[in-house]
Unconditional design. Structure first.
Length: 382
């Protein structure tokens, strides 16, 4: 386990946001680490001075970061990871890439973030039904999800952690059931990756997507798309370019042979500056360790949930074992969540409001004292 002194040193060295405010909104946008900022600036500076002369070094760095991302995901090999622009792009490519037939269906849940809704709604024009299990008492019942699967179900699409409740689904249970039925298990992992330990192999995940700007503490405009080698041939790339080909440097004799693994979903020039920044933050997350990070954030959200309940707020987030996450949401009595967010912001406590709920989302570098400060300020506003 990371020692308290090591945590405080890392917090002081890498998170300048802690000097500005109590920042508890990582489910919205996570602050860049100093290392991420430095990596981006260094690469930009090198390009400013050298133009294309260091192009190969930039490509080498992107491949190094791909390897770090594969470690974070638990992927079997780096080529199962692609860099794309954002979660919406990743999931849209997955939705458009399957060979759908009229009468097929896809199963998901209500109250998902729009990135994990619109791609599946858009399939209606092809005669594909979008079935959704209801959120009830802040939970998505796994049995209800599985009951919606039938012989025409092609995908189960779900957020690992729900953005408006913090509910964490049991990926292994759902993924195993999907594997047994030949259904693709597609997971939006943006609200978990970086805060909770994940192993896509152990948890039977076929496809996963996450932007880097939340719990991965990376920049906006960079995302990871994981596609397992087991299912790569079931998804057709819907964008094509020089990087998506097996020989990306064959610019005269055109050969439409897709690149290895998930790399085929990278159609053109990469955002190497954003990828470099992501690499800096991934290094820190891997150095601390996913298990240690999860233990810390769950302790902090437990503290927040108890404190919000003591203040008379209705805690929406499930507190059942295995269903807690790095997000806690609660409904205030007599105040709107948006008003509380605005007034807390005026006191330099940064939280968010989603679906009428106050949302607290701490990361591993936050402290119990910051949670208590937030609760104290909430108490004065109720």
């Amino acid at each position: 386990m990371i020692r308290v002194l090591d945590l405080l040193r890392l917090r002081d060295e890498q998170f300048p946001v802690t000097r500005e405010c109590v920042y508890l909104s990582h489910a919205s946008v996570g602050p860049l680490t100093r290392r991420a900022t430095a990596r981006m600036a260094e690469m930009a500076g090198n390009t400013s001075r050298s133009g294309e002369r260091l192009w190969q070094e930039r490509m080498d760095e992107a491949e190094r970061v791909r390897g770090l991302a594969a470690r974070m995901l638990g992927a079997r090999a780096p080529h199962e990871v692609a860099f794309v622009e954002n979660t919406s792009t990743a999931l849209s490519m997955v939705a458009e890439g399957l060979d759908w037939r009229p009468g097929d269906n896809v199963v998901g849940a209500t109250l998902e973030f729009p990135s994990n809704v619109y791609p599946w709604m858009g399939l209606a024009a092809r005669g594909v039904e979008y079935r959704q299990a209801e959120e009830r008492d802040g939970r998505i019942d796994p049995e209800e999800l599985l009951s919606l699967i039938d012989g025409r179900t092609r995908m189960l699409v779900l957020s690992w952690v729900q953005y408006a409740s913090g509910f964490r689904s049991d990926l292994a249970r759902l993924g195993k059931a999907c594997r047994e039925r030949g259904v693709l298990f597609v997971v939006d992992i943006i609200q978990g990756l970086g805060a909770l330990a994940l192993d896509v192999e152990r948890e039977y995940v076929d496809v996963a997507a996450a932007s880097s700007h939340k719990w991965l503490l990376g920049p906006e405009g960079v995302a990871l798309l994981y596609v397992s080698d087991r299912v790569i041939d079931r998804l057709r790339p819907v964008r094509a370019g020089w990087r998506s080909m097996r020989d990306p440097f064959q610019w005269i004799e055109y050969d439409l042979t897709w690149n290895e693994g998930a790399r085929r979903f990278e159609s053109g020039t990469l955002n190497v500056y954003g990828i470099a920044a992501l690499g800096g933050s991934l290094e820190i997350l891997l150095e601390v360790g996913a298990g240690e990070i999860e233990t810390r954030v769950l302790a902090l959200t437990d503290l927040a949930a108890r404190g919000l309940a003591d203040l008379g707020m209705a805690v929406v987030s499930s507190r059942r074992r295995g269903e807690t996450s790095s997000i806690v949401t609660a409904v205030p009595a007599g105040r709107t969540a948006w008003d509380l967010v605005r007034e807390l912001g005026e006191r330099n406590v940064v939280v968010a409001a989603r679906a009428g709920r106050l949302r607290i989302a701490p990361h591993f570098y936050n402290t119990a004292e910051e949670i208590e400060r937030c609760l104290e300020e909430v108490g004065t506003l109720l």
